[in-house]
Design a protein. Structure first.
Length: 268
């Protein structure tokens, strides 16, 4: 990494990727990101534990998909900053031939990916794109290089869909992505939800304020279930992520809002 590589990055507005990195104990973040994360923790104690629990869920999901389902190609939407236990680390430890495409629209993520281990791994790639631009993602040369159309693909939207506003139609985005992929492909989702409408409203307003409007909203469980319409949901179904094949390392967190989701297979 050269001096000035990040000179044009906005360090005055929190970045979802950098806030998440800080919550996971990473160092690729700025003061504004740490302030936003700490304020969120103050408002809703256990939020940092929620982030770590979600990361462990992702590790279990990718291990399941690579190990038990035989998936060898992955698309990680809203991938965030490279850290420990990225998708390719988990999948390639099980099957070295696994191929991974990371998607994010944050230029900070692009800069870090360029100097990360991805640059030395021919079976991984990073595409700078908006997740709602499904055709652009799937038609990108790097995606076409690694994702074989006739083979099942696992598509991940981990703690990401709440960043997509309703007017951008995240449900249609997921349908378009899964519609382009081979039968036997898998969808994996986690999204922050709350059963309390006041909590959803308050936390969405807080996130929108911190992110200068670059946020969607926290949703209800039923709205997350709609992402899986037409899919075959695998056991244990759609649940809080701590209840999806738990391994005993789950941390105590707030129960007023949780990461909710699961894994489903495209029929055929």
């Amino acid at each position: 990494m050269q001096p000035g590589d990040f000179a044009d990055i906005d360090t005055k507005t929190p970045s979802g990727a950098r806030v998440y990195d800080y919550m996971l104990g990473g160092t690729d973040n700025y003061v504004i990101d740490r302030i936003a994360a700490d304020q969120t923790e103050d408002m809703m104690p256990g939020t940092k534990a929620l982030a770590r629990n979600n990361r462990r869920y992702m590790v279990r999901v990718v291990g399941y998909l690579a190990g038990e389902c035989g998936i060898r190609q992955f698309i990680d939407n809203g991938s965030g900053l490279p850290t420990r236990n990225n998708v390719h680390h988990i999948a390639q430890a099980i099957a070295p031939e696994s191929r991974v495409v990371y998607i994010d629209n944050d230029p900070v993520v692009l800069r870090h990916q360029r100097v990360s281990a991805l640059a030395e791994n021919d079976d991984t790639a990073f595409v700078l794109a908006d997740a709602t631009s499904v055709d652009d993602i799937l038609n990108d040369p790097e995606t076409r290089r690694l994702i074989r159309p006739g083979e099942p693909t696992a598509v991940l939207y981990m703690s990401f869909l709440h960043f997509i506003p309703d007017e951008a139609d995240p449900w249609g985005m997921v349908r378009r992505m899964m519609g382009r992929l081979a039968p036997g492909s898998y969808l994996a989702v986690s999204q922050i939800v709350s059963d309390d409408p006041e909590v959803r409203k308050r936390m969405t307003e807080f996130a929108l304020s911190n992110a200068k409007g670059k946020f969607g909203r926290f949703r209800k469980k039923q709205e997350v279930r709609a992402f899986f319409d037409g899919m075959e949901v695998v056991e244990p179904g759609l649940v809080g992520v701590n209840d999806w094949h738990p391994d005993g390392r789950e941390e105590e967190q707030s129960t007023l809002w949780i990461e909710f989701g699961g894994v489903a297979r495209k029929p055929g």
